[in-house]
Design a protein around this ligand. Structure first.
Ligand SMILES: [Zn+2]
Length: 275
C-alpha cells in the first residue's frame, strides 16, 4: 500500500489503499486547500520528477531544497558537528542521491523539526538513516504518519547534542521549536528558526504569523513569548525556513527590534506611523 503525500503541504500519511479523504494539516486555518481540491502523490513518483539542490549557508551548515518547488517549498538544513550531524527541518523528497551524499558526509544522528508544516516525509528520512525524529509533544495531534522513530520531547528546551539546543518558543504552533547552534556564525551563535521566527525579504528583519498563507497575525502575547524564550541565548545569525532568508549579523538584535516593531503596529492606535 502506498503512503500518500499531500501535494499542497508535502505531508506523508500512513499507508492506505486509497488517498486519504482529506489532509488535516491543510484543512487547518494555518494552511489551505487549493480551490480545485486536494491532490495526492507518492514518494516513488516524487523521486522520478524532482531532485534536491544544495547550498552551503556557512561552514558546517548546508541547505537542501527540492526542485522544482514542491509543497510549501521550505529548505531542510544539514548541520554538521563533531558529535554527529543533524537534519534540521524536513522536506518530502528523500531520494537515493540525497541519502548517498549525506552518508558520504557521515550520515545523521537525528532529525529535528520546527513545526507540523515541515513534518512532511520525516519517516522516510528516519528509515533511510535509521535515526530518531525529535518533535515537541505539544504538536503530537499533527503527526499523520506515526512511527517508532518519533521521539516526543516536552518542556522548554532539549539538549540535542553538545552546543545544540532545541527551544520550544511556541508562536505559530504551541510546540513551535527553533534550534540554537552555539558554534554557528564563527562561534557567535546561530539560530535555525524555521518559520517560528520568519526571516523576511530584506534579510534585516523578521516577522511572526499564526497563518502565513491566510495572513493571520500572531497575537501580541505569543510574539512576546517567542522573544522571552530566546532571551537566554546569544546568536548573531538567523537561518530561516526558505532560500535566501538569513539574517547574517546581529540576529538577536534584529529579532528583538522586529518584535518591537510588530507589537507597535498590532497594539497601535490605527495610525500609519511606526513611531
Ligand atoms: Zn496537506
Amino acid at each position: 500500500m502506498p503512503a500518500f503525500i499531500c501535494n499542497t503541504c508535502g505531508t506523508q500519511y500512513a499507508p492506505t489503499d486509497k488517498p486519504p479523504a482529506a489532509c488535516p494539516i491543510c484543512d487547518d486555518e494555518r494552511q489551505y486547500v487549493p480551490p480545485p481540491g486536494q491532490t495526492w502523490t507518492t514518494h516513488e513518483t516524487l523521486a522520478k520528477r524532482y531532485y534536491n539542490g544544495w547550498r552551503e549557508l556557512e561552514p558546517n551548515l548546508l541547505s537542501i531544497t527540492t526542485f522544482p518547488a514542491f509543497g510549501i517549498g521550505q529548505r531542510a538544513q544539514l548541520l554538521r558537528t563533531s558529535a554527529g550531524n543533524i537534519l534540521w527541518d524536513c522536506i518530502s523528497l528523500c531520494d537515493p542521491a540525497t541519502v548517498a551524499l549525506i552518508k558520504g558526509m557521515g550520515g545523521i544522528v537525528g532529525v529535528a523539526i520546527s513545526h507540523p508544516h515541515y513534518y512532511t516525509c520525516m519517516v522516510e528520512w528516519a528509515h533511510a538513516f535509521n535515526v530518531p525524529i525529535h518533535l515537541h509533544a505539544a504538536d503530537r495531534e499533527w503527526i499523520m504518519r506515526d512511527d517508532p522513530a518519533i521521539k516526543l520531547w516536552q518542556g522548554d528546551t532539549k539538549q540535542l547534542l553538545p552546543g545544540l539546543t532545541l527551544i520550544c518558543a511556541g508562536g505559530h504552533y504551541p510546540g513551535g521549536t527553533v534550534l540554537h547552534w552555539a558554534e554557528g556564525a564563527g562561534g557567535k551563535g546561530a539560530l535555525l528558526s524555521g518559520d517560528i521566527v520568519q526571516v523576511v525579504q530584506d534579510n534585516k528583519s523578521v516577522s511572526f504569523m499564526w497563518s502565513f498563507p491566510n495572513f493571520i497575525p500572531l497575537s501580541a502575547p505569543r510574539v512576546e513569548g517567542v522573544v522571552a524564550k530566546l532571551k537566554p541565548y546569544a546568536f548573531d545569525r538567523v537561518h530561516g525556513a526558505f532560500n535566501d532568508r538569513t539574517i547574517w549579523q546581529d540576529g538577536k538584535g534584529v529579532v528583538e527590534r522586529s518584535a518591537e516593531r510588530y507589537l507597535k503596529i498590532i497594539r497601535g492606535d490605527g495610525s500609519y506611523e511606526l513611531r
